[in-house]
Structures are given as structure tokens and as C-alpha cells.
Design a protein. Sequence first.
Length: 183
Amino acid sequence: MHNYIALLRGINVGGNNVLPMKELVMLLEELGLQQVATYIQSGNAVFRAAEGDKERLAEMIRSRIRERYGFEPFVLLLDVGEMETAMAVNPFPEAIAEPNTLHLAFLGATPAIPDMERLEKLRSESERYALKDTVFYLHAPDGISRSKLAANAERLLGVPMTFRNWRTVCKIMELARETRLLG
């Protein structure tokens, strides 16, 4: 069995792409996934699966959501070790004291030709960022909602991504650890 973390982008935002977490749990269980648990309404789930191909499994989840709800969110699957590594190599450890200011964008792939020069031009004085393999770290002490860097990162990196703040990443890992221990 494999322990996965699913990060869904763009669900339950502003009344669009509504997918209640109870229904997400049922949908995932219908796909044969086990020990499914979710965290907050923005599309974070942990589960165990026999399927070892993350891309295939993500496509199955996307397709089932499209069939049932009429929209197709970006679904990124990580194994627990990938999330643990992303946390361990955080380049801004001092920022965890204010966990809502530290954001990890999990990327669908390693960027082939990221436009780091344009990213730097969009960075505000208070912001810091780093790209490490398939994670884009952003420390935004003044908030992410007005950050030009955050708003343009996906386009300039050239791969789909989904942001989670440090607090959410920690809560997801708590769920993942509980799921792994139960198996």
C-alpha cells in the first residue's frame, strides 16, 4: 500500500467548483482508496492506495470529479516522503514562527526553463523565494493575496502548481502520519 497526499486546486473558492469534503471522501473511497481523511474545504486529502502510479491515480480522481461535478481540478499527488522532504529542506526555517506567511507551491513537474529573472523583478522588498526541484517556497510577510510574485509564479515557472501555507502543510502531515500509523 502507498500513502498519498492529494492537493486539489481551485475547489470551493468563492462558491465555484463546489465539492464538499464528505463527498470527496466518498468519491475517493469509491475509487478503492482507503483510510481517506480530509483537511479544510480547500481540497487536501490523505489516503492509502494499492495503485503505485501517481499520475494514473491523479487522472482517475480528476476524471471522476469531472464526471460527477462537471469541473476538472488540478490534482497533485505526493507520497508522504515527498511532503516530509519539502518540509525538511525549507529554506526559510525562521518563517515557521509565523506559519501563515510561509507558502509552499507544489509543482506538477520540475520547471524546464523557469523565468527566475522575471520572478525576481516581481518580488516585493519583504518577500523571499526559492525553487527546489518541484517546490516553490515563498515567504510573504505582508501576505500572499496582493503578491505579484505569487500571482505570476505559475506562468513564469511554466508548470501547474498549488499553494499551501506552512500551517496547512503541517496539518496535512499530521493527517498523513495518522493514516500511515493506522495501516
